[in-house]
Write a protein that binds this ligand. Structure first.
Ligand code: GAR
Length: 188
């Protein structure tokens, strides 16, 4: 049976698109959940006939954590994929739902929301992308796969991020293929 997957995404959704297009994967994408009503990823999901939900953070962070948890729980996912989701997930969330995250740097270098900018500022000549299990820390969970991407002379944040994302889209798909057979089915 195909594994049930929920994707969390906040923005453009090019990683989500790569997952949607990877029809060889043994998964069923049951929903795309965003924290932003204007996220382009929602259009991509609708075009692919996939359920969408928006959980916007107002002021009460604990209430948002609860809403996100309850919404995702309704979809009964075997795996949650954070693909450009720009919020930290609660400890309860990540200990309940097996969750992976795609990050645009070679963790443990440059965790956080500005990984590409931070790598450029540090003057590294090689950066890359990492897919890791999500734990309660910020980009600290066990690393599953990584690929290096060179920083080229003249790169700025936008050009480097675009080059990383080209690699990232392939790596997230390959990583899903790698872990899918070992996932347990939803059992809450
Ligand atoms: C990706 O580079 C992803 O690694 C990054 O957001 C981008 C999403 O691209 N996520 C983070 O930086 C999370 N810390 P997309 O909207 O085109 O899929």
């Amino acid at each position: 049976m195909r594994k049930r997957v929920v994707i969390l995404a906040s923005g453009t959704g090019s990683l989500t698109q790569a997952i949607l297009d990877a029809t060889e994967l043994d998964i069923q994408i049951v929903a795309v959940v965003s924290d932003s009503a204007d996220a382009q990823v929602l259009e991509r999901a609708k075009k692919a006939d996939i359920n969408t939900s928006v959980i916007q953070l107002k002021s009460d962070r604990a209430a948002w954590d609860r809403q996100l948890f309850d919404q995702v729980d309704q979809y009964q996912p075997d795996l949650v994929i954070s693909a450009g989701f720009m919020k930290i997930l609660s400890a309860e969330f990540v200990t309940t739902f097996p969750t992976i995250n795609s990050h645009p740097a070679l963790l443990p270098e440059f965790p956080g929301a500005h990984a590409v900018r931070d790598a450029l500022a540090a003057g590294v000549t090689i950066t890359g992308t990492t897919v890791h299990w999500v734990d309660a820390g910020i980009d600290t969970g066990p690393i599953i796969t990584q690929m290096e991407v060179p920083v080229l002379p003249g790169d700025d944040e936008a050009t480097l991020h675009e080059r990383i994302k080209k690699v990232e889209r392939g790596l997230i798909v390959a990583t899903i293929a790698l872990i899918t057979p070992t996932l347990e089915t939803y059992s809450r």
